[in-house]
Design a protein around this ligand. Structure first.
Ligand code: SF4
Ligand code: SF4
Length: 383
C-alpha cells in the first residue's frame, strides 16, 4: 500500500499529532492479549505502534479505525505507553489527508452534521429540546442547583429520549432545582475527537464552554459517560473547571441524602455493565451498583469481565458511527454473557452501550426475554 510520506516525515508527523508515546513500547504484545477485537477477529495494536515507530503508517489502512478507545490495553501496558494517543495521532493524519476507507466514510456526514447542527445524528438544531414534550422542564438560569445536559443521543434518538425523560421524572420527584440549555446545547465533541478531528472538537468545546459561562453554570449533570469524560478531563485543557457529575453518581447522592425514596419491589435478576468511559476511564464503579442494591427485591448479579475488565460494547472511539459486521460485534458477546448468568435485565448508563445492546438484542432468539435498561429507566419504576 502507498505511504503518504516516508519514514522520518511520518514519525515526525505522528509526534506532532500527539502520538510520540510509542517510543516506550517494547513490543511485548500484552495490548493484543486483552484487546476485545481478538475475541472476534485478529487485530494488532502492537503492530500499529511498531509501524508508527518506523514511520510506516498506512493512513488508508482500515486497521487504524478499529480501536474503540476502550482503554483495556493502556491499563495493562507494562511500559505505560499512551496507546490511545498513538491511535488518535494516526487518525489525525488520515483526517488531515481526508483519507477514509469505505466503512469509515460515514464520519464525513457526521462531521457535517456536528458542524452545522451541533449533533451527529442529522437532527435539526431547533428540535433539540423536543424530547421534553409534556414534561416539566425549565430553561437553565443562573442560581439553579444544576444544569442537566442530556447529550445528542438522548435528545434525538427515539429509544434514548426515554432515558432523558426518565431522568427528568426522577429529578422532579427528588425536588431538584434544575434546567436545560435546550437549543443552545451542542455535542460535547468527545467522540469526534477520537476519530482524529481535533479542529471540530475544539470548536464544539469552545461553543459549549462559552454557553456555560454566559449562563452562569457551575455544576453539570450528564447522562453520557462520553460527556462526563469530555467536560471533566478534556475541557480542562481550556483552563475551565466545571463541577461535573454523572447520573449514576447523582442518583446515589439523592438516595443517600434521603431525597429519593426507592419504594417499589423489583423481583427480577439484574446485572450491570460498566461503560468504558465511566469505569475504566473515570473509575466510577460502585455508585451504580450501590443504588441498584438498594432497590427492594432486586437481585444484582455480576457479569464476567466486570469493573476494570469490562467488555467494551464497541461504540467508543467514533465506532458508534461506523459499520461493524454482525460477526464482529462485541455487544453480541456481552449479551451471551448476560444470558449465561441468567440475568433478565441488563442495566447500564451510556447511550452508546444501550444502542449497541439493543441492536444485538433484536438479533437474538432469546432477545424478547431480555431487557436493556438505562439505570434511570429502572429507578423510575421504583420511585
Ligand atoms: S502492551 Fe505496551 S509495551 Fe507491550 S506491545 Fe503493547 S504498547 Fe507495546
Ligand atoms: S483501546 Fe481497546 S479496542 Fe483499542 S486497541 Fe486497546 S484494547 Fe483494543
Amino acid at each position: 500500500m502507498e505511504n503518504i510520506a516516508d519514514f522520518k516525515e511520518i514519525v515526525d508527523a505522528i509526534k506532532e499529532k500527539g502520538g510520540e508515546a510509542f517510543k516506550y513500547c517494547y513490543q511485548c504484545g500484552m495490548c493484543d492479549t486483552v484487546c476485545p477485537w481478538n475475541r472476534v477477529r485478529s487485530f494488532s495494536m502492537r503492530k500499529l505502534i511498531r509501524q508508527a515507530t518506523f514511520g510506516l503508517v498506512e493512513v488508508e489502512n482500515e486497521e487504524i479505525w478499529r480501536c474503540t478507545t476502550c482503554g483495556r490495553c493502556q491499563q495493562r501496558c507494562p511500559r505505560g505507553v499512551g496507546i490511545l494517543e498513538v491511535g488518535m495521532a494516526n487518525r489525525r493524519l488520515a483526517t488531515e489527508f481526508d483519507v477514509f476507507p469505505a466503512h469509515v466514510k460515514t464520519i464525513r456526514g457526521v462531521s457535517q452534521s456536528l458542524a452545522s447542527e451541533g449533533n451527529p445524528l442529522n437532527g435539526e438544531r431547533k428540535d433539540r429540546a423536543n424530547w421534553t414534550e409534556g414534561l416539566s422542564v425549565k430553561t437553565f438560569e443562573e442560581g439553579m442547583e444544576i444544569l442537566y445536559f442530556p447529550c445528542c443521543y438522548l435528545s434525538y434518538d427515539p429509544r434514548l429520549k426515554k432515558v432523558a425523560r426518565a431522568t427528568v421524572t426522577i429529578l422532579n420527584k427528588a425536588g431538584v432545582d434544575f434546567g436545560i440549555l435546550g437549543v443552545r446545547e451542542k455535542c460535547c465533541g468527545e467522540s469526534i475527537r477520537k476519530t482524529g478531528n481535533e479542529d471540530l472538537f475544539r470548536r464544539l468545546a469552545k461553543d459549549n464552554i462559552k454557553t456555560f459561562i454566559d449562563s452562569g453554570v457551575k455544576k453539570i449533570l450528564v447522562s453520557s459517560p462520553h460527556c462526563y469524560h469530555a467536560f471533566k478531563n478534556e475541557y480542562a485543557e481550556f483552563k475551565v473547571n466545571f463541577e461535573v457529575v454523572h447520573i449514576t453518581q447523582y442518583l446515589n447522592e439523592l438516595v443517600n441524602a434521603g431525597r429519593l425514596k426507592l419504594r417499589g419491589d423489583y423481583h427480577k435478576k439484574v446485572t450491570y455493565h460498566d461503560p468504558c468511559y465511566l469505569g475504566r476511564h473515570n473509575s466510577i464503579y460502585e455508585e451504580p451498583r450501590d443504588t441498584l442494591r438498594r432497590v427492594p427485591g432486586l437481585q444484582l448479579y455480576e457479569l464476567p469481565d466486570a469493573r476494570a475488565d469490562s467488555l467494551c460494547c464497541g461504540g467508543g472511539g467514533g465506532r458508534i458511527w461506523m459499520d461493524t459486521p454482525k460477526e464482529e460485534r462485541f455487544s453480541d458477546l456481552r449479551l451471551d454473557q448476560v444470558s449465561d448468568i441468567g440475568a433478565e435485565v441488563l442495566v447500564t448508563a451510556c447511550p452508546y452501550c444501550i444502542t449497541n445492546f439493543e441492536d444485538s438484542r433484536m438479533n437474538r432468539q432469546d432477545g424478547e426475554a431480555m431487557e436493556i435498561k438505562d439505570i434511570t429507566e429502572l429507578i423510575q419504576e421504583v420511585i
